[in-house]
Design a protein around this ligand. Structure first.
Ligand SMILES: *[C@@H]1O[C@H](CO)[C@@H](O)[C@H](O)[C@H]1NC(C)=O
Ligand SMILES: *[C@@H]1O[C@H](CO)[C@@H](O)[C@H](O)[C@H]1NC(C)=O
Length: 272
């Protein structure tokens, strides 16, 4: 009887540890920033009901003038340029922002938007372990004297600030050939190296299609964000995580085997 109780206790302990491990791993691999953020703004208030302008389309073309990255979105930057005592400054990316970038070798691509002194760049990466792509890096720089700030930054004018996403980022993980689509607000946080300046990138009504060569230069079938699809986003990162773990184990195992054989060979050679 007491054995059964101990066994069930043990099982409970093991199971909850497993669940904990899986959740922790997901939070780490998923970057946590977007999948958990978003719907409610960072203040926890529901978005206001003022009608959104229609999204703007930005495109990156390859050397043959064929699009390789297609993005439709409304993007705002909520900037806190100092460590403390900030008034949040909201900048809407203008329709006139110029999009450029690189189509890469088909394994990655990049889109850069520039306007005034602002430069926003995001990098799209194909997964090495599963048939998916994601955003793995976002960078933003600006001069605090940019006229978009008005007089809001007059105490620290003329500074060049550079912020980037936290490492590692696995944002908008999407099956290859489909376009990540979301009508809700999604937030991504960017920081500078001293963690003094912070910027929240807020995307609304957006659709992204990197590697557009695979979808005949159009948006592939929509892959809706988890909130809209009623999907739990943990599954995809978890699968990627498990594959990664297996790959690491495989590598370690392989190396161990190699060492074993090599050591044996050296032993054998020196015995000769
Ligand atoms: C900044 O400009 C606004 C109007 O554009 C003005 O109302 C405000 O007083 C100014 N703030 C400072 C600190 O000069
Ligand atoms: C930022 O802009 C101001 C005004 O145009 C300029 O004087 C300053 O040199 C710029 N700062 C940097 C670091 O580029």
């Amino acid at each position: 009887m007491s054995l059964a109780v101990s066994l069930s206790k043990l099982c409970f302990f093991v199971c909850s540890s497993l669940v904990y491990l899986c959740t922790a791993q997901d939070a780490e691999i998923g970057g946590g920033s977007i999948f958990s953020g978003g719907v409610l703004g960072e203040s926890g208030v529901a978005p206001t009901t003022t009608p959104e302008p229609p999204p703007t389309e930005y495109i990156v073309y390859d050397g043959q003038s064929m699009p390789c990255v297609l993005v439709r979105m409304n993007m705002k930057l909520i900037i806190e340029p100092k460590r403390t005592g900030n008034k949040k400054i909201t900048i809407s990316v203008p329709k006139s922002a110029v999009s450029k970038g690189s189509c890469g070798s088909g394994e990655d691509s990049k889109m850069t938007l520039t306007w005034g002194t602002f430069k926003f760049a995001w990098h799209f990466q194909k997964s090495r372990v599963s048939d998916a792509y994601y955003v793995d890096d976002i960078q933003l720089s600006y001069n605090t004297s940019d006229k978009a700030f008005g007089n809001a930054t007059q105490d620290y004018a003329g500074q060049f600030q550079q912020v980037h996403s936290a490492d590692p980022l696995t944002l908008f993980l999407t099956p290859i050939g489909r376009s990540y689509t979301c009508n809700m607000a999604k937030d991504v946080k960017l920081y500078d190296d001293k963690r003094a300046a912070r910027v929240t990138v807020r995307l609304t009504r957006f659709q992204i299609q990197p590697f557009a060569a695979m979808t005949h230069r159009q948006y592939g079938d929509a892959f809706k964000c988890s909130e809209e699809a009623g999907r739990k986003d943990e599954t995809v990162p978890l699968v990627v995580g498990s594959v990664l773990a297996l790959a690491v184990l495989g590598t370690i195992g392989g190396y161990g085997g190699y060492r074993y054989v090599k050591v044996k060979k050296i032993e054998y050679d020196t015995m000769e």
